[in-house]
Write a protein that binds this ligand. Structure first.
Ligand code: NAP
Length: 320
């Protein structure tokens, strides 16, 4: 498994990261432990959770599953997604309380990467960054990061932290896949400009980009789309049209849909690690193999062309 530096920091992360949002929800502890151990065996070193996943159970399970291997990996967690007024948003009060809660549940005394899960329009950016910097100086957090930020919010956080001499966000987590490419207009260039590692989430569009869901057929039992009406609603005719076209390109080059979906993201220079969730060890093995595939320039262009935004879609509107 390749290791890459996260943005312009010195933090090394594996090319495949494990998303742990299934833990303590759809996936029980025994199943989650098997997935974590399969990742450790495959050389995955980035484990991503959040205080809200499984209402805290994801952090607890991840901490127990890593056990004595904790210092060998990068543990990333997130704050600001809670529902109570003092666990939602990004005020100093939330940052401090959420961090203590996460460390307790993870059974560790530090988090390697601490993400602000969502932008908070009610809290000045300087208040959040100064609280995060205090956590870094107290040894409770190694690096800070953002998630679901717009391009201008990434730029603002960078400049505020830089001017004050605080820890700057080294990563941004955003939804990015061959089916969802909206971040390419602003977020991707902002991350590239500021040396922020872009960590894509929902890279498989919840499994739609693995080929296991087929038009006109019910989702296989036990899968995410079989268990969630919300996720099942993603499987529209338009999505299947794109999936079929991607499948045809993959077939043309002797690749699988999974390989081109993960491989296309892994080939983006701004991406140090592709964050994939898994419910079975076999999925981890397949995803680790997919992330190590080096798509050629011709393959990347062919894959990208299928879902490329129309010409001009990302250009700023011009004054007449
Ligand atoms: P995803 O990676 O697009 O999809 C993961 C799902 O795809 C798995 O649960 C599994 O579904 C299926 N899958 C994975 N590998 C497979 C394979 N090789 N073959 C067949 N099926 C496979 O979406 P995600 O896990 O939700 O997102 C990744 C991570 O990003 C999350 O775990 C979380 O850590 C993070 N995330 C962050 C945010 C944010 O706001 N920052 C939001 C969402 C997610 P089955 O359950 O059907 O087996």
């Amino acid at each position: 498994m390749d290791l890459h530096t996260m943005g312009s920091s010195g933090l090394k992360v594996s090319a495949l990261g494990l998303g742990c949002n299934n833990f303590g929800g759809r996936l029980d502890e025994a199943g989650s432990v098997k997935v974590v151990h399969a990742c450790l065996d495959a050389g995955v070193t980035l484990f991503d959770t959040a205080d809200i996943y499984g209402e805290g159970r994801s952090e607890e399970i991840l901490g127990r599953a890593l056990g004595a291997r904790r210092d060998d990996v990068v543990v990333a967690t997130k704050f600001s997604g809670g529902e109570s007024p003092y666990l939602a948003g990004a005020s100093r009060k939330v940052v401090m309380a959420a961090c203590e809660g996460s460390l307790r549940r993870l059974g560790t005394d530090y988090s390697d990467l601490y993400y602000q899960h969502f932008f908070d329009p009610d809290t000045p950016v300087a208040e959040t960054l100064s609280a995060l910097d205090d956590l870094v100086r107290a040894g409770k957090v190694r690096y800070v990061a953002t998630s679901n930020f717009a391009g201008w919010q990434i730029a603002e956080a960078e400049h505020v932290a830089r001017a004050a001499g605080w820890s700057r966000p080294i990563a941004c987590q955003s939804e990015w896949s061959l089916l969802r490419r909206g971040i390419e207009s602003e977020v991707v260039p902002a991350c590239a400009a500021y040396g922020v590692g872009l960590v894509p989430y929902f890279p498989l569009a919840s499994g739609l980009l693995t080929g296991k869901y087929r038009r006109g057929e019910p989702p296989p039992p036990g899968t995410r789309l079989a268990n969630s009406a919300l996720f099942a609603s993603w499987a529209t005719t338009a999505v299947y049209d794109v999936v079929d076209s991607l499948d045809a390109v993959a077939h043309q080059y002797g690749r699988s849909l999974l390989q081109i979906s993960v491989g296309w993201l892994a080939a983006q220079p701004v991406v140090p690690s592709v964050l994939v969730g898994a419910t079975k060890p076999e999925q981890v093995v397949a995803n680790a193999e997919a992330v190590s595939v080096r798509l050629t320039a011709e393959e990347l262009a062919a894959v990208s062309d299928v879902t490329a935004p129309p010409p001009g879609a990302f250009e700023p509107a011009r004054r007449r």
